[in-house]
Design a protein around this ligand. Structure first.
Ligand code: SF4
Length: 386
């Protein structure tokens, strides 16, 4: 469990929201606060804003100062309200406030750990697996995670949202009948306007052999105000699946619950991916709280990722042994729905490889010796050939 390094003074409900607005030079207004465009326009990006928002550690202060030219810093006012001002081990704060450790580059760190550039077939489209593609549609996110696998792409303003690229992408999809599944990601595609998203999804859906469209998004966690009835109508119209991203149960606020309810009530299938992060979710109680919380919101946790070896993230990564130990601590100890598949996206473009704690002790002459969740050994016999 996380340690508290400084006494946390109780916050008066709502008072923090006024403080955040004050830092932004605004007066708190509930209608504006709940407007996702206002939230995006008023993201905290400057070191002096974080200086007012948080009691910064020397490491965070240096991290904020050195971020120019590297992965940008941006935090929505909604998320800013949730950051613990006094506790640097706050799991939300650790994800979005840079530290000076980002300057440490390990020999094994990579700019593009998943080898997406290698499998890029037209600008913004990655085709690695036989029947599915990844469409990198936009380079903006509501907030920037310090461990982002695509830190080479996001927040640079280089991926002009789809301008001049969509025709080539659609032409590729039309020419490849083996593609039945399109994952639209980025950046965060839920930051498109409703009209733009509707157009994009319509173009993809018009390709007859595309059976499934998924959107990868962190917006419900960082900007739940974006999940408006109008957006939900667009998602519903195009029958999309949503692959969400949550890291810690502290992200599951009432606003997030409302957003997930709106999506689930519209029949949109919701899954969640979690990146295993040191000090943020690397304990059985933290993961259990997150996965149980997600299930309560009708979100199925389906992948637990070993953190990719992205440049400057070694301070946030755990060992693989730790990941296996955590999965062993979940499997059998709680509902199967609450245990995602633990995977490594093999560096260099090998794709996702699942990892499991050792449960097959031996397998000889049609006899399997199994180890169960309590450590007991059991035998299973193969059927006799007839
Ligand atoms: S929301 Fe996703 S793409 Fe954006 S910074 Fe976080 S991990 Fe990267």
């Amino acid at each position: 469990m996380k340690e508290t390094t400084a006494p946390v003074e109780p916050l008066i409900a709502g008072a923090r929201r006024h403080e955040v607005c004050q830092i932004l030079g605004e007066t708190y207004d509930p209608a504006r606060w709940n407007d996702w465009r206002w939230q995006m326009r008023h993201r905290l990006t400057k070191p002096d804003q974080f200086e007012q928002l948080l009691r910064l550690t020397p490491s965070e202060r240096r991290g904020l100062a050195m971020c120019h030219g590297k992965l940008a810093v941006a935090v929505t006012p909604y998320l800013a309200e949730l950051l613990d001002p006094y506790d640097p081990s706050c799991p939300l704060r650790m994800q979005v406030v840079p530290r000076e450790e980002e300057a440490i580059v390990s020999p094994t760190d990579m700019v593009d750990p998943c080898g997406e550039e290698h499998d890029s077939v037209v600008p913004g489209l990655v085709h690695r697996y036989p029947d599915r593609v990844l469409l990198l549609a936009i380079d903006t996110c509501a907030a920037y995670c310090r461990y982002c696998t695509r830190s080479r792409l996001v927040a640079h303003g280089e991926l002009d949202p789809l301008a001049g690229r969509l025709d080539a992408i659609v032409a590729y999809l039309q020419a490849h009948p083996e593609v039945r599944d399109v994952l639209v990601s980025g950046g965060d595609p839920l930051l498109f306007s409703d009209e733009k998203l509707d157009e994009l999804l319509g173009r993809i859906r018009a390709v007859p052999h595309v059976e499934m469209v998924r959107l990868g998004s962190r917006v419900p966690a960082f900007l739940p105000q974006r999940i408006t009835p109008e957006l939900v109508a667009v998602l519903r119209r195009h029958r999309v699946w949503l692959s969400l991203h949550f890291s810690n149960a502290a992200e599951l606020t009432e606003d997030v619950a409302e957003a997930c309810d709106r999506l689930a009530d519209a029949g949109i299938p919701l899954g969640s991916q979690t990146v295993l992060l040191r000090g943020i979710n690397d304990s059985v109680p933290e993961l259990k709280a997150l996965f149980h919380g997600l299930l309560k919101l009708r979100v199925r946790p389906y992948y637990l990722y070993q953190c990719d070896p992205v440049v400057g993230t070694s301070h946030l990564r755990t060992t693989v042994a730790k990941g296996l130990e955590l999965i062993a601590g979940l499997r059998g100890h709680t509902s199967g729905y609450a245990v995602p598949t633990y995977v490594i996206d093999a560096p260099g473009g090998g794709g996702k490889v699942p990892l499991h704690p050792q449960t097959t002790v031996s397998y000889e002459h049609g006899t399997v010796t199994l180890r169960n969740w309590e450590g007991g050994e059991y035998t299973y016999l193969d059927p006799v050939a007839v």
